[in-house]
Every structure is written in C-alpha cells, then in structure tokens.
Design a protein around this ligand. Sequence first.
Ligand code: BG6
Length: 500
Amino acid sequence: MMKLNSTPDIDRSHPLAVVVIGASGDLALKKIFPALFALYCQNLLPEQFHIVGFARSGMSNDDFRQRVEEKLTCRYVPGEKCDELMKDFLANCTYMSGNYDSAESFRKLHAELEHIETDASANHVFYMAIPPFLFLDVAHALHGAELVSECSVRGWSRVVIEKPFGSDRASSDALTKSMLQVFSEDQTYRIDHYLGKEVIQNLLVLRFANLIFDPIWNRNHIQNVRISWTENLSLQGRAGYFDQYGIIRDVMQNHLLQMVALVAMEQPVSLHSTYVRDEKVKALRAIAPLSIDDMVVAQYGSGSSGGRQYTGYLEEEGTPEGSITPTFTAAVLKVNNRRWDGVPFLIRAGKGMSDSKTEIRIRFRGVPGNIFAEAAKGLPQNELVITVQPDAGISFRIVNRVPGLGIRLDETELDLRYSSAFEGVMPDAYESLILDVIQGDKSLFIRADELEAAWDIFTPALHELEAKHVVPETYAFGSQGPDAATALAGRFGAIWRTDT
Ligand code: BG6
C-alpha cells in the first residue's frame, strides 16, 4: 500500500528574514529559492517571513523576482493555486546589491531589514551562497553592521555555509577559527546537502528502528561495504572551481564520508544533534588516514555516452594545460574498531562515468556449512543495496528457490522502491536542511570536530599525491572507470557492481 508522506508540525509565530548572499548565483536560484518556496507551499515558513537577495550585480526587485520565479516549481501545489502562492511568495522577496566586504553595504541591509520587519525580535538566517574565499569578508561585514546577534530577545541570527571548507586540515582549521570570531559554533550551519537526501536520512531509521539489522551489522557478518557515487556528466562550466579541488575534496571528503559515517557509527544516545554527531565523530576518528597505496586516482579522457561524443577533461574549457586533478578516485578505508576491524569500506567517486548513481552496498559473508552449497555455487552472498539516487530504494538480495521441479537456486531481491511505496512529493535535500536551520536542529549539519576528523582521513594522501605529482590514470568518458579501480576492489574480494 502506498504511504503518504508527512509534514512536520512547527511553530510559525516568530518572524524570520532569510538573507541569501550570492542571490544571483546558481546555488541560490536553482536550490535555495525553490526550497524556500516549497516550504512556503507547505506552510512551513513563519507567518511573517521575508527573503532578501543580496549580491553584487545591480538588479531591480522586479527583475530579481522574475529570475527567482523562473526556477520555482509547483510540485507541492499544482494548478491555479500555485500561481497565487508564487505571487504571495515573491511579494515577500526583495533584492539589494552591495559589496561582499563592505560593512556599509550590510548597514544598508540592516536598515532595510528594520524597515521591513515590524517586530524588533525577528530571527535572521544568513545563507552564504558564495565561494568560500568570500565567507570571512561577509562575516566581518555582517558583524560590522551589527547584524549578528545570539540574543533571543533581539532574535537569533544563524549562518549557513556550504563546502568546500578549506582544502586540507590546516586550511579548514584556519577557516573555522576565523569564522568563529564572528559566528559561534552554535550559530554555524555547515551544509553537506547529501545529509538532507531522503534515503540518507533513512539510514539511521533503517539501522536503529528495525530489530533485524543491528545484530548482523558487524565484522562477523559483513564482508565489505561499497559506496559508489558516479555522475554521467562533464564539468558543465565548473572547471575553474573543480580543477582547484578535484573529486576527493569535491565529493569524497564530504558526501561519501558522511555515508560511511552513517553506516559505521554506533547508535546515538538519542536523536539530539549532539549525540548523533558525537557518534559520527567517533566513527570517523576510528578510520585510519588513507594511504595512497590504497587508492586509485584517474581522470576522464574523451569517450562517448548515450550516442554523444565527449571531450576529455584536459580539453574542457577552463581546465589548465597538463592538469593532474583527478575526476575519479577509488579508495579503501579501514575502520579500526571492534565492530568493523577487517571489513573494507570501498568508496569510489567519478565524474564522466557510464551513469549517474549513488548507492551503498553491504555485502554479507557466505553461509557457513551451507547445505545448499552445490546448488548455490556461483551465486553471490546476501547484499543489502541502498540506492540513494536516482531511483531511491532499498533492496535485499537473497538466494531463493526458483519455482519448478528439481532444485534450482537463484539470486532474487526483496525490493522497496520509493516511487511505488510512497505517494507524494520527495522533498529536495535543501528543503529539509533549510527547515532544520529555521528550527535550530543541527543533527544534519557538520560540526567543527567532524570536519577535522574528515580532513584527517584525507589530508596525508592529498599532500602525498600533490608532493609526488602523481599523474592520474585515464578512463574513457562514459565508462566504468579505470581498470585499476576494479583491481583495487578485487584485492578485497569485491566488485563494483552497479545493477540494481
Ligand atoms: C556537489 C559537487 O557538492 O555535489 C558537485 O560539488 C556534484 O560536483 C554535486 O555534482 C552532486 O550533487 P547531487 O545532489 O546532484 O548528487
């Protein structure tokens, strides 16, 4: 039976202003404003709310509203009612241009907010949808304009920032320290949008709200864990950003490692954000720093996909000549604790691959003393497959008797597909995360010590790759990645299986 999705019950009585800094950029237009509108359609924004777009370019309120409107969707409320909601929502959106490092510009913003807000105790969210090198300038300018308040009488202010948080442990620490001069850790919401994805939020539910998984969720029963993130896309104009960071910093150190932490962590004391994050930090701290002997780095060359020819990474517009930035990495992580000792966590992330898919596969051990060993020969062991995207679902691969005379066994799956099991709209990760910021729930945000632990795993390998100038292998665009990644998995008796 299909189950309807639910909406939370929240207190909407306190006025709120959301200031989106970098309002003319892709992140703001494609993700943040549509998410705010989705919350509005579900009555999840406070009764009195205001959205101010702030960026450098000059733009009238009407032009701004038009740009925002183009990206809004009527997923929650289709039909005529949606036009009405859009009109009301856009009436609460204004735009202001200014310089990111100018306290003067932010003083004007302060005056504008005072003008709009009828209640002096309104709360403020400052969403930094800007490149990280601007975070500090903006933070200081906000502070200079007296817009940062921790006091609930004046209303709280919270800041949302997006990765990359530095490029290694030292630069990340320096950024954290400088930001703390303005915003306390309590006020800081570091987004990893993967944590807002529905299936990823479900990981703790799957593990801890069901009885059957915990007793077998350990080295005695699990042979390996594979987490694979692939994208069938080229850089789409982001070479300037991507080449500075590469796939390890762009995706692995954050999105993939968060999935590893959620699979590996112990049950938190409760769902309080402190306890959830304590357990994640403990799991990350148990992971040995990655060695370059346990990883493969590669870069896509030209190739074809879906009948289209793609150029290689080095020929993409904006890629520096001779760049050795990896677009693909496979690695094996070792979680040195009692639960996981000896169980390889294989992770891989690649752009320019054959398909776009994110999945977690938990491979169980073989059956000891199996009386069906002969008939089950060649069949893989049990596997729990959690598909994050595109076709969200959870399936469990079992060995089953094929109906008929005589004994024939085959691999079959118990299959939960979200599209057929649940009715209603699947929220975008940003909807869930922005709602949490408004509600002050930090469970799905990265705490400073979590960030430190994540960088500690990758920093030595990143430095070594750079110091030794390791040249990545080449794989064809649209392929399954380099053979060396297959060999790496093979060392642990695993394969990068991608069928469902
Ligand atoms: C971003 C990375 O964090 O995540 C991008 O910077 C990547 O390179 C993107 O494409 C993937 O996000 P999603 O939600 O489309 O899987």
